[in-house]
Structure formats: structure tokens, C-alpha cells
Design a protein around this ligand. Structure first.
Ligand SMILES: [Zn+2]
Length: 523
């Protein structure tokens, strides 16, 4: 039985889906106005793994992640860059998708965009007005928070403990707690016709509308970062439950946030990172949260020096409800841990003359159990040890998806596999029995690592940056600055000369909307 920590009840509950064997899962996605940074990958990697585990456990899962493609930040960015909002949203959605794909996040079934649901959003908002939960004011529509009983039940707050948004719209609201469902458009802003005049949807209503359209009025799992608990998720619940009169989602799951840290945790993490968090641990996480404003670099640049598998391994080494301490030291340490796996894969190939990545493995728990029952080679000491570790792994995953503990168990499996090769001297005196037992054990190892989305295909670790590269970076920064100031002074001859002189060196400068960037051209 899978158990899930439900933020609503603040306890672990047995996982029983609303509809037998079917699971609907919704995760709040990004506002696509800037390139993704590593913080944007945390939720998708965690919930992709949760979906993989549910599918492995026999459930039929529909996984939805929304894309917010209309929003204040997008409008600001559109003005700053002098490009249509839709153009920026398209570019940044592409960036997000390509990063997800690099990370092996391949289980998301639908990416609804807010702008594709405007009619549904208007209808939903009108229903809330008709039911007395919302009101129009000067072209805006607000949700009447005090009318909804149970507001604050997710984040465990009372109205006294909340502060209203205030700001420029304060005088249009009848209470400072109220939040916008529909915002009237200022001149020049992107807008849609509505019964309340030209405007655009608020952020919270999007998720209520799209989750209902795609997953139904009550679905199983609603996920998101801890920082979304209040007010975003509280508002989603108020909107959906006011309209439908039934629970919006059965299980609310919140992942810890990534925070910058110099702390060097112990890899595999069972001692420092895998323990489930204590209640109350979570409230303080928001402070150190990684965000673009704190200088996190674009994720696609990060992938030039760090393999996506290393990042995935790193993200899953921590219990999903704990904060993730991000530091280059931690990533380097994770890299060393991963190397021990890669070395074993090569060793396996030397012994068996077989590529690790081609060894077939069971795709579901039922298949895995049947494989164990049918495979005589697993009756030996290695097979028994790996079967026992597999049981422990599945117990950890059943217990609120404890991937941190699961990764610790992978290291134990690895030790057992290596010990077997040494004790049986398989590298020097291979035997058919020994190789058969080893290969069967590797099938089970692959079964559990596939659940985490790890070791599915061979990954080349990008070359680490060398001292030479950082010198090049510094020199190029100087040249780019010189070229920019030449262009500013309309000295195009000098600007062109700098660019042309770099061409034979295999260096290209591109003028992007965000500023010039340089790259090496493959020769
Ligand atoms: Zn949402």
C-alpha cells in the first residue's frame, strides 16, 4: 500500500484514488517569461518520479502541468524587449520543454496554456459571481474570501493571520483578503473580451479551470512547491470548491524548495538527507529559495557543464518534502557517487561482454515479482541480497515516495554487485553460472533505477570547465564590452573588425535580445 503525506490532513494517508486504478495528477507549472533555472526543474523531476512509481505500481495516471502564458511579469518582459507577449511565451515554453526533455521528464501528458482556456475561465468566473462568491468592481472581478468557509484549511491559517494583497487595487475590493479572478486591461495590454469588459485572467483561476477541464471536479494529487501553499493553492481550493461543492483534490503534496547552501551533505544521504522532515520544518524554507533574482543561471547553460543525470540524481537524493541544499560542492560530490555506478557498468560489460544499458528489466512491480519467482539464478547469495534490497527500495517508495532512502539503497545494491564479481573472481575466471546470476541481479537493479528515471541510457558527462575556459570567458567579456561601446559610438568598423577577427578563431558573437553571447563554432 502506497502512503502519501497529505498537506490537508498533515498526516500520511493510504493512497486510494478517486476512481479505481485511475490517477489524475496536477502540478502548477511555470510562468514563461524568462529561461528556466534549476529551481524550475525540482517539481517536474519529483512529480515525474512519482508518476513513474505509480505507473510501475499498476495505476493509469494522467499528469498535467500548466503553462502560465499571460501574467504581469510577461507583460513587463514584453515591454522591456519590445516583443509581443505571445512571442516571449513561445520562446520560453520551448526553453522549458527542452530542459524537461534533457532531464528525462517524459511523463507529462498535457501542458495546457492559460490563453487557450479564456472562455472556460470566463464561464467559471461568471458561475462564481452567480453563486455569490465573486463580484465585479470597475472591470475587475474579485473572489469574496470571507464567503468561503474553510479558507485557510490547507495552509492552516485563520483570516487574522493573513494579510490581504493591498496594492493598487485595494480600493476596488470590498475586503483586503479578496483576490482577483479577472483583471481589467490597461491600455496597450493584451486582453480578451468578457462580460466585465476587456481584461485577462488572474493567476489562481487558471489552475482551477484547467485542472477541472482535464482531470475533473475532484482529482487525486495536486502538487506544487511549498511556496505555493498560500495563497495560490488556498485560492485554487476556494474557487473550485465554491463552484463545485466538493473537494478539489484528494491529496495535496508539496515539495521542499531549493536553497543555496555551502553545506556539504553526505551523498546517498541516508544520514543527512533522506529522513522525512519533522512537522514545522517546512515553514522556514522560503527564505533561501533559489530564484532568478538571486542569480541562478539559465538551466540550459548549466547543462553545458553538468550532465542532466547528475542533476536528477542530486534532486532525488533528498526527501521531496525537505529543502534541497544547492551548492557546487554538493553537485561535485554527487558526481563522484555517480562515477561509482558508471564504473560498475563498465566492469559489468568487461565481465559479461554485454552493454549494461541493453539488459532487459521488469517494467512493473507485478512483472518484477513474476521475474523473481521464475528466475532460478536469483536463488543464489547475490540474487537473495538484491531481492532483499529491492523489497527495501519498494518499501521506501511506498512510504511517501522516499527517493532519498531509495538512492541510499542503490549504493547498497552496488556494493553487493561489486562484491559478487570480486568473490567469484569473475573478471579473471568468468563462469556461465556466475554471469547468469550477475545479469539477473542487474535486471532487478535496472528495474528499480528505471523507476527513478536513472541509468536508462548512456550519458556523456560534459567536459568540466578548465582554467583555459575561464580565461576565455574573461577575455571575451572584455572584447564584447569593447564591441558594444564601439557600436554605441556608431563606430561600426571597429565593431565589425572585432567580430571578423574572432571568426577564424572559431568564435561567434550573436546579438540576442538579452544581450550579446559568444560561443565556439564546431569546426
Ligand atoms: Zn496552480
Amino acid at each position: 500500500m502506497i502512503r502519501v503525506f497529505n498537506t490537508l490532513s498533515r498526516t500520511k494517508e493510504d493512497f486510494v484514488p478517486v476512481r479505481e486504478n485511475k490517477v489524475g495528477m496536477y502540478l502548477c507549472g511555470p510562468t514563461v517569461y524568462k529561461p528556466s533555472h534549476i529551481g524550475h526543474m525540482v517539481g517536474p523531476v519529483i512529480f515525474d518520479t512519482i508518476k513513474k512509481y505509480l505507473v510501475y505500481s499498476g495505476y493509469d495516471v494522467t499528469f498535467v502541468v500548466n503553462i502560465t502564458d499571460v501574467d504581469d511579469k510577461l507583460i513587463q518582459e514584453s515591454n522591456r524587449r519590445g516583443l509581443p507577449m505571445a512571442e516571449i511565451a513561445r520562446e520560453m515554453t520551448e526553453d522549458y520543454w527542452s530542459n524537461l526533455s534533457a532531464m528525462g521528464v517524459d511523463s507529462i501528458d498535457k501542458f495546457p496554456k492559460a490563453t487557450e482556456y479564456i472562455n472556460d475561465i470566463i464561464r467559471f468566473t461568471q458561475d462564481l459571481i452567480d453563486k455569490g462568491y465573486a463580484y465585479e468592481s470597475n472591470g475587475d472581478v474579485y473572489f469574496k474570501v470571507e464567503k468561503f468557509e474553510g479558507y485557510g484549511k490547507l495552509s492552516n491559517r485563520t483570516l487574522d493571520q493573513m494579510l490581504g494583497e493591498g496594492g493598487g487595487t485595494a480600493d476596488r475590493k470590498s475586503s483586503s483578503f479578496d483576490f482577483a479572478l479577472w483583471k481589467s486591461a490597461k491600455p496597450g495590454e493584451p486582453s480578451w473580451d468578457s462580460p466585465w469588459g476587456k481584461g485577462r485572467p488572474g493567476w489562481h483561476i487558471e489552475c482551477s479551470v484547467m485542472s477541472c477541464s482535464l482531470l475533473g471536479e475532484t482529482f487525486d494529487i495536486h502538487g506544487g512547491g511549498l511556496d505555493l501553499q498560500f495563497p495560490h493553492h488556498e485560492n485554487e481550493i476556494a474557487q473550485s470548491e465554491a463552484r463545485h461543492g466538493k473537494p478539489m483534490a484528494k491529496y495535496w503534496m508539496h515539495n521542499g524548495l531549493m536553497q543555496a547552501s555551502s553545506e556539504i551533505g553526505k551523498l546517498g544521504g541516508r544520514k543527512t538527507h533522506a529522513a522525512a522532515p519533522k512537522e514545522g520544518d517546512l515553514a522556514s524554507q522560503e527564505g533561501g529559495k533559489i530564484s532568478k533574482s538571486k542569480g541562478a543561471s539559465a538551466f540550459r547553460d548549466m547543462l553545458k557543464t553538468i550532465s542532466p543525470e547528475r542533476i536528477r540524481f542530486f534532486l532525488l537524493s533528498t526527501h521531496y518534502r525537505r529543502p534541497i541544499d544547492y551548492s557546487l560542492e554538493r553537485l561535485a560530490e554527487v558526481g563522484k557517487g555517480l562515477e561509482t555506478f558508471y564504473r560498475f557498468f563498465q566492469r559489468f560489460e568487461r565481465v559479461t561482454k554485454r552493454d549494461f544499458y541493453t539488459v532487459p528489466f521488469p517494467k512493473t512491480r507485478v512483472e518484477g515479482d513474476a521475474f523473481i519467482a521464475q528466475t532460478a539464478a536469483l536463488k543464489g547469495s547475490l540474487g537473495q541480497a538484491i531481492c532483499a534490497e529491492r523489497e527495501k527500495f519498494l518499501a521506501a517508495m511506498d512510504d511517501d515516495f522516499n527517493t532519498g532512502k531509495g538512492i541510499g539503497i542503490l549504493f547498497d545494491m552496488l556494493r553487493a554487485l561489486n562484491r559478487f564479481i570480486e568473490e567469484r573472481k569473475l573478471e579473471t575466471e568468468p563462469t556461465a553460472d556466475g554471469m547468469e546470476e550477475l545479469t539477473a541481479a542487474v535486471s532487478l537493479f535496472r528495474e528499480v533505477t528505471a523507476v527513478l528515471g536513472l541509468f536508462l541510457k548512456k550519458i556523456e558527462e560534459p567536459k568540466a570547465e578548465t582554467a583555459d575556459d575561464s580565461l576565455s570567458d574573461a577575455l571575451m567579456a572584455i572584447l564584447i564590452e569593447l564591441r558594444q561601446s564601439a557600436k554605441k559610438n556608431k563606430d561600426y568598423a571597429t565593431a565589425d573588425r572585432i567580430r571578423d577577427a574572432l571568426t577564424p578563431l572559431g568564435i561567434k558573437i550573436e546579438d540576442r535580445p538579452t544581450g550579446p553571447v559568444w560561443s565556439r563554432v564546431k569546426q
